[in-house]
Design a protein around this ligand. Structure first.
Ligand SMILES: Nc1nc2c(ncn2[C@@H]2O[C@H](COP(=O)(O)OP(=O)(O)OP(=O)(O)O)[C@@H](O)[C@H]2O)c(=O)[nH]1
Length: 361
C-alpha cells in the first residue's frame, strides 16, 4: 500500500516504465498546484489579519486562484490523461494571478519576480515550444502593459527584466534539451539492461529465470480464470555430435535456428525460454493436453524439416519433446516442468525425435 501523503496527493494512478517522464510531470504539476494554492491562502490569511494588507481586488484574485488551483488538483488527481488541459489551465490562472499582483499591488516593486518563477515550470510541464511562447509572450505583455500601470517601471528596469527573462528562457531551453536527452538515454540503457538480464544472448528467447517468472504469472492468471494450461519440454537429440562434428559455432547456429523455429510455431501469448544448453521449455496458456500434443508435434516436425545448412551441408536436427498438462488449478510450474521433463525422457528412451505426454491427474 502507498504511504498516505503520496496517495492523498497523487491518487491511485499507474505509469508504465516508459512513462517515467510523464509521471514526473504529473507529480510535479500536482505538487505545484497544491503548494500554489496553500501559499496563496497564506497571503489571504495574512491580509485578513492585517499582517500584509494587499487590497480588495488582488485578494479576490488570490481567492479565485487558490480555489481554482485546488479544483484543478481534484480534477487531475488519479486522471493522468487530463494532464495537458489541466497544465494549460493552471498556467493561464497563474498568469492572471501574477498580472493581478502587477496591477493591484504597485507598492511591491519585486512583484515582477513571479513572471520569472513561472518560466521553469512551463518548460518542464508544457515543453520547450510552449516555454518560449510564454516567455516571449510575457516579455511582450510586460513591455506593452508597463505604460498602463499606475506606477510604471523605468525603461532601464524594463530592459533589465526583459534581458533576464530571455536569459531564463534560453537557460531552460538548454536544460530541458539536456535533461530529456539524458532521460531518453537512461531509458534506452534500462531497456538494454532488462533485455540482457531476462533474455538468452545466443537465441534471444527468455532465459530460465525470466521464463519461470513469466510462467508463474501465467499460472496465477490461469487459476483466476480457472483455466488449464500445458508445458512442453524440448531437448535436441544427439546435440553433442553436432558440436563434435561441426564445431561449437555450428552448434550455436543450430540452437538459434531451433529457437526461431519453435518461436514461429507457437502463439504470441505462449511463453518460451531456453532452460538449459540445448533445452527449451514452452508454456501454453488455455491449452488442453490434446492440443498441446498437436503443438508439440508440429514443433517437432518443423525442427526435423528445417535442415540447417552448415558449411554447405544440410544437417538433420531432431528434438524429443515431453508434454505435461494441467486441467485444473493448484499446480506449480516446478511440478509441471518435472513432469514434462519425465515425459521428454520417455520420448528419448523410445527412440528420440518424438513427442511423449504425461497428463496430470
Ligand atoms: N554449441 C553449443 N553447444 C551447447 C551449448 N549448451 C550446451 N551445449 C552442448 O549440448 C550438448 C548436450 O549434450 P548431451 O547432454 O550429451 O545430449 P545430446 O548429445 O543432445 O544427447 P541426447 O540429449 O541424449 O539426445 C553438450 O555437448 C553441450 O556442450 C551452447 O550454448 N552452444
Amino acid at each position: 500500500m502507498k504511504p498516505l501523503l503520496p496517495h492523498l496527493l497523487f491518487g491511485s494512478v499507474t505509469f508504465e516504465e516508459s512513462e517515467e517522464y510523464q509521471e514526473f510531470q504529473y507529480k510535479f504539476l500536482i505538487v505545484v498546484m497544491v503548494f500554489g494554492a496553500l501559499f496563496t491562502s497564506f497571503f489571504i490569511v495574512a491580509d485578513s489579519i492585517q499582517l500584509n494588507p494587499l487590497g480588495g481586488p488582488h485578494m479576490r484574485s488570490m481567492a479565485f486562484f487558490s480555489t481554482l488551483a485546488m479544483l484543478l488538483f481534484a480534477v487531475l488527481r488519479g486522471r493522468k490523461h487530463l494532464f495537458k488541459p489541466v497544465a494549460w489551465t493552471y498556467e493561464a490562472i497563474c498568469l492572471l494571478e501574477y498580472s493581478s499582483a502587477l496591477m493591484y499591488v504597485p507598492e511591491d516593486e519585486l512583484r515582477l519576480l513571479w513572471f520569472f518563477v513561472n518560466i521553469p515550470g512551463v518548460f518542464i510541464l508544457l515543453g520547450k515550444r510552449v516555454g518560449w511562447f510564454i516567455t516571449l509572450g510575457t516579455c511582450a505583455g510586460l513591455t506593452l502593459g508597463n505604460t498602463h500601470l499606475s506606477h510604471p517601471y523605468s525603461l532601464p528596469a524594463m530592459a533589465t527584466n526583459m534581458a533576464a527573462m530571455l536569459y531564463m528562457g534560453a537557460f531552460f531551453h538548454v536544460y530541458s534539451n539536456r535533461s530529456i536527452s539524458y532521460f531518453t538515454r537512461m531509458q534506452a540503457y534500462n531497456t538494454k539492461l532488462h533485455q540482457l538480464a531476462t533474455h538468452d544472448p545466443l537465441t534471444g528467447v527468455m532465459n530460465a529465470r525470466a521464463y519461470y517468472e513469466r510462467c508463474d504469472q501465467l499460472i496465477a492468471a490461469a487459476s483466476r480464470k480457472n483455466e488449464g494450461f500445458s508445458v512442453l519440454f524440448l531437448d535436441l537429440d544427439h546435440f553433442k555430435a553436432v558440436n563434435d562434428t561441426y564445431g561449437h559455432a555450428a552448434g550455436d547456429w543450430v540452437l538459434k535456428a531451433v529457437a526461431s523455429t519453435v518461436r514461429s510455431s507457437i502463439r504470441r501469448s505462449d511463453a518460451m525460454g531456453r532452460v538449459g544448453g540445448e533445452e527449451f521449455s514452452v508454456f501454453l496458456p488455455a491449452t488442453a493436453s490434446e492440443t498441446a500434443v498437436e503443438v508439440a508435434e508440429s514443433i517437432r516436425q518443423a525442427i526435423e524439416d528445417s535442415m540447417p545448412d552448415i558449411g554447405g551441408r544440410q544437417l538433420k536436427v531432431t528434438a524429443s519433446i515431453g508434454v505435461a498438462a494441467c486441467a485444473g488449478t493448484g499446480q506449480t510450474m516446478q511440478h509441471l516442468q518435472k513432469q514434462a521433463d519425465e515425459a521428454m525422457y520417455v520420448a528419448k528412451a523410445a527412440g528420440r525425435n518424438r513427442v511423449s505426454v504425461l497428463k496430470h491427474a
